[in-house]
Ligand binder design. Structure first.
Ligand SMILES: Nc1nc2c(ncn2[C@@H]2O[C@H](COP(=O)(O)OP(=O)(O)OP(=O)(O)O)[C@@H](O)[C@H]2O)c(=O)[nH]1
Ligand SMILES: [Mg+2]
Length: 1021
């Protein structure tokens, strides 16, 4: 496709290179069908990067570039390259060498197309020569990417011949087949005794041959996306194997041979992308026989043992689970949370008591529940358990349920959301005397937050009056709605028996019930439950664990995390203050929090309170010495925030509903509207708490709105709950910067509701709308669709055509940045670099222990040289938008990049890196420190990263199939980002890998002095 603006851009870059007499020129993804003639006039050129274009032929004029040393043609359908003495082949990059000959070829990349034909043969190598490359060590044959559900093409004749003769390439150490249909692993491989990496991916292979163990040097074996159901026992003899990728196959259990691989470090068993869901239910105790395993991927597998909470925590947690179980024996998990919701006075508390004791006598004056009550209820149960040998059995056991009875009053709605957990049974009680039963609100909240937990509806017919609910329609909308509604009258116990039986059955059926746990766990749980105290210190908790046979601290913390997830206690391990307390009675904590929201004085004060008010409200000895923790708990739940430079706090839920008077000039501002299908309560309150540091004048905040200000720019953010929308208007000198912060914060809150449906609306900027106060607004999802195809969109008011991508760029530039359109894929050198602050260096790194330690040391060393290292943790401490920080990094003059595998596979890190790359001059601005596991010097690993992102994108693509367009906001951004990363990563890592970076050890032994010197030169330049 011809794209003028990209080609125009290429032209500008060529002019710029001429004007500046540059030695390098990068025309990456410029939609070029041929190399522009002007390029050949750039005599001084040493390096020409044409990655990802549509170039078929390199003309003879390339000889004019007598200084050219490096010519990259990766991702071009090259058919012809002139035979230039001295311009030689190296991967798909052409490198000038004085003495080029086949002797020097070490790596070959053969890319095939959908038909199995060779897409980009290497112009200088003929098929028959391929068999005579004595130094060939690296061979890649396949597609650059594969699409889901698409059968891999069979190899063409030439390729088949080569595969049949593969044994002659005896020096190969790396061999990759990717997306070529082979049926079987080629026999000739048996002779390749030097192979340390073998990948046969998406090749339709049903079996791994027995002789595989003859490849005794093998360190990495990737047989993902095949049709394997088992692997041979001989594989266990590969005693150097570190990486085994068995993902996207059809194993019913983890193959036995795997556990013989004592050197194994990474094992991948994920499914769900090319295959349907998996069958592996257990990660068995044999996992303990793999002491070096650091990474285990089981995504998409229906793992039941160990429980998901453990598996989610990673390989170390899984090992601990089995170790403990072997030491102390097992018990079966038989407890769950029953959550009762519904409007005030519907009969929730009465139902909770009746379930526990049917003889409970109704109290006509039952007091309205304040906050939450937690009632313990147990009953004898028959639960399905999975025995150690993997067999299923039924055992009788005492079922322990915690009934969470939520106060129905409006004031609690927003807060309740924090306690609506997954893996619970929900009961929604409706009072049939009222016609306006607000079913939908609760149904929607449960749907949003419960992760498809089952839900029962109870129609409490207090005076035996019936009202019919349209359950058929409800069920169509809410798939977690089980059974018909239960009709009860709790005064007469009518319907109670049937309901209680159903509740028991549904509890017993919850998926986590029957999971085996080490005995010590339930001992600790019992000890904690029988402890009358409301809370204990972390040390006391650890001692209880110790007394019950726990040795390792991590096991003890793992248990508290697990109990927290099950709603048995509250332990916020990642909170610096709250981590020191384990709250044994959740009600104690929630009561304290709700007492503040219910307090009349605070209500009269419109939500403003001080420490003294808290001392009064929490004067009960039960709260003595715990005020700090409780206040922290409130802030954690985003219920209040401190007013800067005072001792006071504000609970925004209690703010005045009246909007104060203020002036607002709509001139030249930006407006974004967030429109929700269903709007959970409390979004704006949480927003206010999160951005309270930007409220300049505490008078300009009310229950449903707030004015924020930053460097002379102001934002007005107002919620209209009845119309399910939030409107943000921004005006002033930096509208885009402040809007980015507002949008980023709202997006974070939205992300905490995994199934939230909403769209952002951007105002039209056509000439007619610009002069109107209320302009037409487009849904962002639609704009993106149009922008991605480079189409114009029509204004419904003026009927004028508007450039969709310009409009996005105008209002939400960072959203536009993740837009990958044909117009704008990757540009490694495009815009000039604006000068950054002097003596400041950015660092971009993944938050792993190793990388963080390196950054800490580097920061120290730089500080001694008067250079400030700007890192995200310090820089975003004012809760500014992380996105805008990432973009600031992108513009930085000098950026240290700590490259690790984690980094290259992290979307945040890669977003930063692509931001950096897009602004050009990577070689001058970026200072890489490459950690061992990044492995970017090796072409195969680089391809691995391309594939990793290709796959991430495909997974997401597959996941959103069938979801309607308006619900995909946010997800699309992510999709575009993945695509963008995928198309950039090869080129960026190529550059970084080529920069002669020192190893981490070398840096550390020099205390970074070499790096610091270069950074000095750069920041002072
Ligand atoms: N006659 C009759 N009265 C009932 C029934 N269920 C509840 N009540 C009474 O209705 C009142 C409110 O019941 P609660 O169980 O306290 O209601 P709730 O849903 O817990 O209310 P909140 O805690 O305010 O959200 C109490 O006085 C109950 O005794 C019923 O089935 N029949
Ligand atoms: Mg109640």
């Amino acid at each position: 496709m011809t794209n003028f603006s990209t080609q125009e851009n290429a032209r500008k870059l060529i002019q710029q290179a001429r004007a500046e007499n540059s030695k390098k020129l990068s025309l990456v993804s410029a939609a070029l069908d041929e190399i522009p003639d002007e390029v050949f006039d750039l005599e001084q050129l040493e390096e020409l990067n044409l990655f990802n274009n549509n170039i078929r032929e390199v003309p003879d004029r390339i000889r004019d570039l007598v200084h050219l040393k490096r010519l990259s043609l990766i991702r071009n359908p090259i058919r012809k390259v002139p035979d230039i003495p001295g311009l030689g082949l190296d991967w798909s990059t052409y490198v000038r060498r004085n003495d080029f000959s086949p002797q020097h070829v070490e790596e070959i990349w053969i890319e095939i197309n959908e038909n199995g034909n060779v897409e980009s043969p290497n112009g200088l190598i003929r098929w028959r020569d391929l068999r005579h490359l004595p130094n060939l060590r690296w061979l890649y044959i396949g597609k650059i990417a594969i699409t889901q559900n698409q059968r891999s093409p069979a190899p063409s004749r030439h390729l088949r011949d080569l595969i049949n003769d593969i044994a002659v390439l005896g020096n190969l150490d790396t061999l990759v087949f990717f997306g070529v249909h082979l049926d079987v692993i080629p026999y000739g491989i048996r002779a390749l005794k030097r192979l340390h990496t073998l990948e046969v991916v998406a090749a339709g292979v049903r079996e791994i041959p027995d002789w595989i163990d003859e490849l005794s040097e093998l360190q990495k074996l990737d047989v993902s996306m095949n049709l394997l159901i088992d692997i041979p026992g001989s594989l266990a003899n590969l005693n150097r194997l570190k990486v085994l990728d068995l993902s996207e196959n059809s194993f019913a259990r983890i193959p036995e041979a795997v556990f013989g691989l004592s050197q194994l470090e990474q094992l991948d068993l994920q499914v769900g992308w090319t295959t349907t869901d998996g069958d592996i239910k257990q990660i068995p105790a044999e996992i303990l026989e793999l002491p070096n395993l650091t990474r285990l991927e089981v995504g998409g597998q229906p793992i039941e043992v160990p429980p998901l909470e453990v598996v989610d925590k990673g390989i170390e947690a899984i090992r601990n689970y089995w170790r403990q179980q072997q030491e102390v024996g097992i018990d079966y998990l038989c407890e769950a949370k029953l959550i009762i919701l519904g409007e005030a006075g519907a009969g929730k508390t009465t139902l909770a008591k009746k379930i526990k004791d049917p003889n409970y006598k109704l109290e006509p004056q039952e007091s309205s529940t304040e906050g939450i009550d937690v009632v313990r209820w147990s009953f004898p149960a028959a639960v399905r358990v999975r025995e150690e040998d993997g067999e299923e059995n039924v055992r009788s056991s005492e079922f322990k349920a915690s009934i969470w009875d939520f106060g129905g009053q409006e004031i609690y709605h927003a807060t309740h959301q924090f306690f609506l957990t997954r893996r619970s049974l929900y009961v929604l009680v409706a009072d049939d005397r009222k016609e306006d039963t607000d079913f939908n609100y609760w149904l929607q909240v449960v749907e949003l937050l419960s992760d498809q937990s089952p839900l029962l509806i109870v129609q409490n017919e207090k005076q035996d009056r019936q009202r019919n609910l349209d359950l058929g329609t409800l069920r169509a909308h809410f798939p977690n709605l089980l059974r018909d509604a239960f009709r009860t009258n709790l005064a007469t116990n009518r319907g109670l028996d049937g309901l209680t039986t159903a509740v028991r059955q549904e509890l017993e059926r919850l998926p986590h019930i029957g999971t085996p746990l080490p005995k010590t766990w339930s001992q600790v749980r019992t000890a904690l439950e029988s402890d009358p105290r409301n809370y204990i210190s972390l040390d006391e908790y650890l001692a209880v664990c110790e007394a019950n046979g726990f040795k390792r601290r991590e096991d003890k913390l793992q248990l508290s995390g697990y109990l927290h997830d099950l709603g048995i206690c509250l332990h916020f391990q990642d909170d610096p203050v709250l981590k020191n307390t384990v709250i044994l009675k959740p009600k104690w904590g929630t009561d304290a929090v709700y007492a503040v929201l219910d307090d009349h004085k605070i209500l009269d004060n419109r939500g403003r309170f001080g420490r003294r008010d808290l001392a009064y409200i929490w004067s009960d000895p039960a709260y003595a010495d715990m005020h700090d923790e409780l206040l922290h708990l409130m802030m954690r739940f985003k219920l209040c925030y401190p007013i800067p430079e005072t001792d006071a706090y504000i609970a925004p839920q209690l703010l005045s509903p009246t909007r104060p008077a203020y002036e607002w000039s709509a001139q030249g501002g930006l407006v974004v509207r967030y429109q929700y299908d269903f709007m959970p309560k409390g979004i704006l309150t949480r927003f206010i708490v999160a951005l309270h540091h930007l409220i300049p004048d505490q008078d300009l905040v009310w229950k449903s709105g707030v004015i924020l200000a930053r460097d002379g720019t102001r934002a007005e953010v107002i919620e209209d709950y009845s119309r399910r929308k939030i409107t943000a208007r921004v005006s002033g000198p930096d509208t885009r910067g402040l809007l980015a912060i507002v949008d980023d914060q709202l997006e974070r809150i939205h992300a905490s509701f995994p199934r939230l449906k909403y769209d952002r609306f951007l105002p039209c900027n056509c000439e007619v709308c610009r002069t109107h106060e209320e302009s037409f607004a487009y849904p962002l999802s639609e704009l993106r669709d149009f922008a991605a195809c480079g189409d114009m969109i029509q204004c419904r008011t003026s009927r004028k055509l508007v450039d969709a991508s310009n409009l996005i760029r105008d209002v939400l530039p960072y959203v536009a940045q993740s837009l990958v359109s044909a117009e704008r894929q990757i540009t490694l050198a495009r815009t000039e670099v604006p000068a950054a602050e002097p003596k400041e260096v950015f660092v971009s790194y993944a938050w792993t222990k190793e990388s963080t330690e390196v950054v800490d040391k580097l920061q120290e060393a730089l500080a001694c040289n008067d250079i400030t290292l700007l890192r995200d943790k310090d820089e975003v401490r004012y809760k500014d938008s992380i996105v805008s920080f990432m973009q600031r990094i992108g513009r930085g003059k000098a950026i240290v990049v700590i490259l690790s595998k984690k980094y290259l596979e992290s979307k945040n890190c890669m977003f930063e890196l692509t931001e950096v790359a897009e602004r050009g001059d990577v070689r001058d601005r970026v200072f890489p420190i490459i950690l061992g596991d990044a492995d970017i010097y090796d072409g195969i690993s680089r391809v691995g990263y391309v594939r990793y992102w290709e796959q991430k994108k495909a997974e997401l693509d597959a996941a959103i199939k069938g979801v309607s367009g308006e619900n995909l906001e946010g997800i699309r951004d992510e999709l575009d980002l993945y695509a963008h990363i995928r198309s950039t990563i090869a080129a960026i890592t190529d550059i970084l890998g080529d920069m002669n970076a020192l190893s981490l050890n070398e840096h550390q032994s020099l205390n970074f002095s070499a790096l610091i010197q270069k950074l000095q030169e750069r920041v002072e330049a």
